[in-house]
Write a protein that binds this ligand. Sequence first.
Ligand SMILES: C[S@@+](CC[C@H](N)C(=O)[O-])C[C@H]1O[C@@H](n2cnc3c(N)ncnc32)[C@H](O)[C@@H]1O
Length: 212
Amino acid sequence: MAESASTAPAVDFVGGAVGYRFRSQAGRSHALLKATGVSPARPLHVVDATAGLGRDAFLLASMGATVTLIERVPEVHALLAEALEAARSESDELAGIIGRMTLLHGDARALLPTMQADVITIDPMHPPRTKTALVKQEMRLLRDLVGADLDVAELLAAALSADCRRVVLKWPLRAAAPPAPRKPSHQIAGKTVRYDVFVRSQPAAEPTARNV
Ligand SMILES: C[S@@+](CC[C@H](N)C(=O)[O-])C[C@H]1O[C@@H](n2cnc3c(N)ncnc32)[C@H](O)[C@@H]1O
């Protein structure tokens, strides 16, 4: 657990920006939903391999997805576990959402080969920006706790060989992509970040009497 609350990033699903987005339903048009394919009509199972402050996972779970969150830094895992419990007791609606979120402590590079999911999302600490003022306060505090995620290429490779249909990498809009075993199928661009989407191609259809 972090020594002082003032130097720990705030993880809060009830108040703040996440709570506001939830109450106002402003997240319904979020690019992450398009990138993952999650919607209330398609409540997929997502593994969030880089849980962090849990914001993306909460958005996905609030749209009906079942989300397994993986976080390897003990202090961040503890903050997240605490915030999930606080939200669970806030209302029945939040309890329902938190009930679809399962938090694991560990390194996703080791855990992904043992898991099955519809979608894996990866949002590592991004390379430092030159305009540091643009980096939000919570992300700065998280970076102080976590440092840089220098093994993103390994994580991406683990995700791309895991048992899942789609991998989504969130990355700064203009930064060079981390090395990957294959190219993304498509990209969804936002103002400052983009989502590189890797869709697994369907296995070739068995020949039938008609098409042989
Ligand atoms: C930028 S934050 C993710 C923010 C998150 N998407 C959100 O919505 O709050 C990246 C987090 O991923 C974690 N992380 C990076 N690589 C990881 C790995 N291989 N396994 C587990 N956690 C990892 C870091 O410790 C950090 O907390």
